[in-house]
Each structure stands twice: as C-alpha cells, then as structure tokens.
Design a protein around this ligand. Sequence first.
Ligand code: GLP
Length: 241
Amino acid sequence: MKIIVTKNYEEMSAEAFRLVKEVVKENPEAVLGLATGSTPLGLYAEMIRDHRENGTSYRRVRTVNLDEYEGLPASDERSYAYFMRHNLFDGLDIELKNTHIEDGTAAAPEAECARYNALLSVLRQDIQVLGIGSNGHIAFNEPGTPFDSVTRVVTLAESTVRDNSRLFDRIEDVPRRAFSMGLRNIMNARRVLLLANGEKKAKAVYGMVRGEVTEQLPASILQRHADCILVCDEAAARLIS
Ligand code: GLP
C-alpha cells in the first residue's frame, strides 16, 4: 500500500483529485468507483471546479457507486443517489444514464443485487474511491464481512448508525439496512484510492495499514491489493507515522 500523508483536508482532496484526473485524462471512458460520506466532498468540489475552469469532460465517463440505503428513493435528500447528483454529477457534464448505484427501493432486493454484480463485472473500476468508517468498514462492509462478499443487503453496525445519524433529523430515521458492494467487488478495482481525514479515523487507519489482515477490520483487506493508495491528513495518520 502506498501512503501519502498531507497536511490537511484541502491537500488530501487536491492529491485525490490529481489521481482521479489522471485516470480520466488517460481514458475518457474510464469507470470511476465513487463513494459518499463527507470525506470525498473536497475531491468532488475540485472535480467540479476543474471541469468549469479547464473543461475536463466527463461526458463518456461511467460511474459505479458503492452503496445505498434500503428504502430511500433517489428523490430523497438523504439517499446516496441524491447525494451524488447534488455533490458531483449536477456540476459535471456527465450523462446520468452512465452513473450507477443500487436502487434502494427495489421490490426484489436479491434480483437488484444480482443486477448490480453483473453490471460490475462489465464496468470494472479503473479507480475506486473509498472512505473508511471509524470501525474500519469500507462501503457498508461492517466488521465480520467475509472477504469474498459481493453486492448484497447488509445490516448496519450500531456504531455506523450513530456515525451517520448526523445527516438525519433523528437517529430512529437512519435506515438499518443498505445495499452494499462487497469486498470482492472493491478488490476487483484496478486501483483503489482510500481517503481518510481527522483524528476520528486514526485508529481505523492504523488497523488498516499496520494491523493484521482480518475480517474484523474489513479495510485491512486492502493490504492485499496490488495498487492501493492511501491519502490521509496528518490527524488520520497520527498512529501510523
Ligand atoms: C458511510 C459510507 C462509507 C463511508 C463512511 C465514512 O458509512 N457507507 O462509504 O466511507 O460512511 O463516512 P465519512 O466520510 O462521512 O466519514
């Protein structure tokens, strides 16, 4: 795993942007694996700024997102589909039909997971952007997730429900279940770019980088990826440096 430690969140986002832009410049039809959460917001703002200022085009780029809450339609402000349009897609020239995410309202969840896994086998991520949960999860692959998992419906850990409740009016409103890419789908990406910032992530980052590779800390599987880059700020890197 290659590790880049930056002074702060802005520099982390700028470094992440440089790596994503490299992929799009090299292949205008690249497949970007994207993540939600507050961590990649700076990266997405940089992509929009660069698109406006320098005309970098995303017209033929395809995207696949990691996860979606069960039960939330794309029109719901708290859904990840809405998050992606609001924080990234609406600011680019990307075609919405080329952006993919699990349908949180699918009437047949198993069929929806099968559809998404089939899609991922065609749209292999040239780069997969990831954040990390404070408990070491990636996407919604909570501690205990098998390394050979693929897209399925998962139950969120209590700590994740608490962490994510800041985006809901009440903790009871946080969906307890979600559709999530599995660890095997993530490991299939050509390159993985994991972003982490802030003191709250220091322990998970330590476990991911220096700990044993264990299903108890799902992100630790990334030690086995041939091309994984961790970009984190000094606060998140505190225990590894
Ligand atoms: C959620 C998402 C993850 C994300 C994590 C961290 O649980 N499913 O993909 O990486 O939260 O979120 P944040 O970046 O807001 O700390």
